[in-house]
Every structure is written in C-alpha cells, then in structure tokens.
Design a binder for this molecule. Structure first.
Ligand SMILES: C[C@@](CO)(OP(=O)(O)O)[C@H](O)COP(=O)(O)OP(=O)(O)OC[C@H]1O[C@@H](n2ccc(N)nc2=O)[C@H](O)[C@@H]1O
Ligand SMILES: Nc1ncnc2c1ncn2[C@@H]1O[C@H](COP(=O)(O)OP(=O)(O)O)[C@@H](O)[C@H]1O
Length: 297
C-alpha cells in the first residue's frame, strides 16, 4: 500500500470544543511524498519502520506505540470474532517527514487499515473504514480519501472538492519537531477570544476551481502558522526566504515545522528548491493532488 503526505491549503481554526478538539474548516491536498506499507501473514504481530535517509535521525515510536498497532487493535476489536489476536508482519518505508505537520502517521494508519482489512479478509465497507479512520485521528479519513478535500468537524468529515490545478510545491522538512497538541495549546494562549466558528474555506475552494496558481497563492491560509512561528521564529525567516527566491507563497504545513512553498510551475519549484538548498540539508519538490491510500501494482 502506498499513502501520501498532506498539506492544508486552508486551515481555519475555531475556539476549542468541550472535548478539547478545535473545530476546523480545512482544505487538504495529498501531495507526492509517500510512505509504503506492506502487511504479510505471520504467526505473531510485528511492525518494522525504516526511514529514508533524508528524514535524518528522527525518533520513531517504540514497539507497541506505532499508530499501526492501534489500527490492528481497533480492527480486531470491531471487525473480528471475540478474543481475536492480531497477527501480521507489517513493514513501513517512510519518506514523509515524521512529526512534521504532513500527517505521515495518519497516512500509515490509512494504509494499514486497508492492508490489514484485506489480509484478514474482513471486507469492511468503505463507510465503516472511514468511521474507524476517524477514531484513529482527525487526519486519517483524509489519508484514505486523498486528492483534494474539504474537512469539517475536527477535520475528520471529508468531502472531495473540485480542483482544476496540478500544483507545484517545494517542501522543506525540519527535524526540530513541533508537537501538534503543543501548537494547538499555544494557539489557545495567543487567541483566547477566538470565535467558535472557524474561518470558511471558500477563497481556497474558488481558487482551486480556477486552476490558477496566483489565485491559490493569494488564498492560502493557515491559522496555526502564527502559533508555529511564535514557537519557532526561524520558520518565519525560512518562509520569507523562499518567497524572495521566487515562490508564489510560503506557509507552515499544518502544525509544522515543515514549510511548503507554492510555485508557478514544476520548473519554478526546482529553481526555488535549488536556491533553498544553499542553506538547508533537505529540500524536496512535490506535486498535488495525488491519490489517497491505494494498492501498488
Ligand atoms: C494540525 C493538523 C491539521 O490537519 O495536522 P498535523 O499538523 O498534525 O499534520 C490536524 O488537525 C491534526 O490532526 P491529527 O494529527 O490527526 O490529530 P489527532 O490525533 O486527532 O489529535 C491530536 C491532538 O491534536 C489536537 N487537535 C487535533 C485536531 C483538532 N481538530 N483539534 C485539536 O485540538 C488535540 O490536542 C489532540 O489531542
Ligand atoms: N507510523 C508512524 N509514523 C510517524 N509517526 C508516528 C507513527 N506512529 C506513531 N507516530 C507518532 O505520531 C506523532 C505524529 O507524527 P506524524 O503523523 O508524522 O506528524 P504530524 O502529526 O505532525 O503530521 C509522532 O510524534 C510519532 O511519534
């Protein structure tokens, strides 16, 4: 199974709900950075994770703590006979930045849901898979669906949207890590009087339908960026540099610390990436939209 990273083209955030989650009005786009996951028959349960060299020396969850462990437990508890025990050998090859605001863990969860459902011949209907995905994390339903989609609720209620572009991105990962809950908490302290209703995504939806990179650049919005940049001011400097090098617009991806830059064309993206490579170890290019979790071959 192959699953893709995401960028939030619009991330409107409202004041926290009673359950602590923030209401979102977001537009996700799946982009061409991928994790590959295989699940094969075995007598016991194991998850092995390998990371691409460009991800650097990142800390991955220890045994039992991978989100894929939770996928197996949830599928067993809800879709298998009582007392069942998950058995499979799962291998994950990661190229999506870890703890980077690109939903790499969610991508693996979506891939594992589909792969284990097939391996164990559970034949879970699509709507039930989406329900299970939402229980695993707010971003996981989108990772199943992919493409470009509007997300409401806490981000888990996803609907495909009209997207007439093929968008060129530069992606600059950062191994410094920013935890998603910490960024949301910091946003609460910065904006204690935020309205309950998040800013609507209409400007981005209109720009996507136009297919015009300049229009999308003008419409991009990430409410969490202020909190991420306040915690990591160097991200603001990086965004300014990318824009000075020719990107139409730079922004923090989700809760960060990965920064993404929308460019006029794939050639322009390569030029911006080359310029940023002068001072950054890892600068990637990507395009979107691409498919959600899908079988390879
Ligand atoms: C910020 C976003 C934007 O797409 O992505 P990332 O930057 O993490 O990739 C998402 O909202 C992250 O979604 P995800 O990483 O699936 O979050 P979850 O596992 O559901 O929740 C982790 C924690 O984030 C906070 N959280 C998450 C979603 C939300 N709408 N409100 C929240 O306050 C809560 O503190 C929650 O305990
Ligand atoms: N398969 C996985 N891949 C990446 N991170 C995972 C995975 N399983 C659990 N995690 C944990 O989830 C957290 C969030 O990781 P990730 O999904 O990559 O980032 P983000 O939520 O910023 O998009 C990390 O701190 C990591 O330890």
């Amino acid at each position: 199974m192959r699953s893709a990273a995401k960028i939030n083209l619009h991330l409107g955030v409202g004041a926290p709900r009673d359950d602590g989650f923030h209401p979102l009005d977001t537009v996700y786009q799946a982009v061409s950075l991928y994790d590959d996951l295989t699940a094969s028959r075995a007598d016991d349960w194991s998850v092995t994770t390998r990371t691409a060299v460009h991800l650097g020396d990142v800390a991955l969850p220890g045994p039992g703590d991978n989100i894929v462990d939770r996928v197996a437990e949830l599928l067993c508890a809800t879709r298998c006979d009582e007392g069942c025990r998950p058995t499979a050998r799962v291998e994950i090859d990661k190229t999506i930045p870890v703890a980077g605001g690109m939903a790499g863990g969610s991508a693996d969860a979506a891939a594992a849901l589909v792969a284990l459902d097939r391996l164990w011949d559970l034949r879970t209907p699509d709507d039930a898979l989406l329900d299970l995905a939402a229980q695993l994390g707010s971003d996981v339903p989108f990772a199943l669906v992919g493409g470009t989609a509007h997300g409401l609720g806490r981000g888990e209620v996803v609907t495909a949207v009209e997207d007439h572009g093929s968008w060129a991105w530069v992606v600059v990962p950062d191994t410094g890590g920013l935890s998603t809950p910490a960024v949301y908490r910091h946003w609460d302290t910065l904006f204690p009087d935020a309205p309950a209703t998040p800013a609507p995504a209409q400007p981005v939806l209109t720009a996507l339908a136009s297919g015009d990179p300049m229009a999308l650049a003008a419409a991009l919005r990430n409410d969490l960026e202020a909190a991420a940049v306040d915690l990591r001011p160097d991200l603001g400097e990086l965004i300014a540099r990318g824009e000075a090098e020719g990107a139409l617009r730079g922004m923090v991806s989700g809760s960060g610390p990965t920064c993404v830059f929308l460019c006029e064309s794939p050639e322009a993206a390569r030029d911006v990436a080359t310029a940023l490579s002068a001072t950054r170890d890892v600068v990637l290019t990507a395009h979107g939209p691409v498919a959600g979790a899908h079988l390879l071959g």
